[in-house]
Design a protein around this ligand. Structure first.
Ligand SMILES: [Zn+2]
Length: 240
């Protein structure tokens, strides 16, 4: 059986001799794996295209549940400069996807989000932490874990200046009348989160966010990922 699909590469490791095992996030198929034969040899035609977050047209020959990559065409590649500059972030995205997606289970919402996100990522020139905040806020929303930032989760108070973030068991905000525990969150950080959740990349790419504000949102997201997904993301280490 032959599979021809558009896919984003999210994982690779040395398999045996000159072969590597690759994991893709395919448009209509979800997470799929296949072996790249002799990709570590200099003559390999497919090897150089198989880089993280590249969007590819892949042909896979599948027999007895085992896939072998036949052909790869680049649809969209991450330029070398970008790969070096945002190396840690790229690894984080791939690790996140690999650990949340299920094998052979289509995840169209996540794929559509990823497609848009990669376009934004390739067009802009931001720090790893900024990209972390954008990617994590949005993927949590797509996965159904949107942080409620519009009002106090207890009394519906909407005054953003008096909200306290309660973490990690409770994923939302309480006003200072409803609790005295938790991390105080600045109105700027809430505004930033709101813009990220709205997901308008034209607006996001024009933002200039102070480091303090990035750090606040980053901490909220780290605890949110931890409490919702219960996955161990070593690749998240760069963020601390
Ligand atoms: Zn309240």
């Amino acid at each position: 059986m032959n599979i021809n699909t558009t896919a984003v590469l999210i994982k690779s490791f040395k398999y045996r001799e000159a072969d590597k095992l690759y994991t893709f996030f395919a448009k209509d198929l979800g997470k799929i794996s296949a072996v790249g034969k002799s990709v570590l040899k200099t003559k390999s035609k497919v090897g150089p295209s198989l880089e993280f977050l590249n969007t590819l047209l892949v042909s896979i020959y599948k027999k007895n549940g085992f896939g072998i990559i036949k052909e790869v065409k680049i649809v969209q590649a991450v330029p070398t400069e970008k790969k070096e500059r945002n190396f840690n972030f790229i690894h984080y995205v791939c690790d996140f996807l690999n650990k949340t997606l299920e094998e052979d289970n289509p995840a169209n919402d996540i794929y559509i989000f990823l497609e848009k996100f990669i376009k934004f990522f390739l067009k802009t020139n931001e720090s790893d932490v900024f990209y972390y905040c954008v990617f994590t806020t949005q993927i949590l929303s797509v996965l159904g874990f949107m942080i409620n930032i519009n009002h106090c989760s207890n009394c519906q108070e909407k005054d953003l200046s008096n909200l306290v973030y309660v973490t990690p068991a409770f994923d939302g905000f309480l006003c200072n009348k409803c609790t005295s525990n938790g991390i105080r969150i600045s109105p700027n950080a809430i505004k930033f989160l709101k813009v990220l959740q709205n997901g308008n990349y034209q607006i996001i790419s024009k933002l200039s966010v102070p480091t303090e504000c990035l750090n606040e949102v980053k901490s909220i997201l780290i605890s949110s990922v931890h409490s919702h997904l219960q996955i161990n993301l070593k690749s998240q280490g760069f963020i601390n």
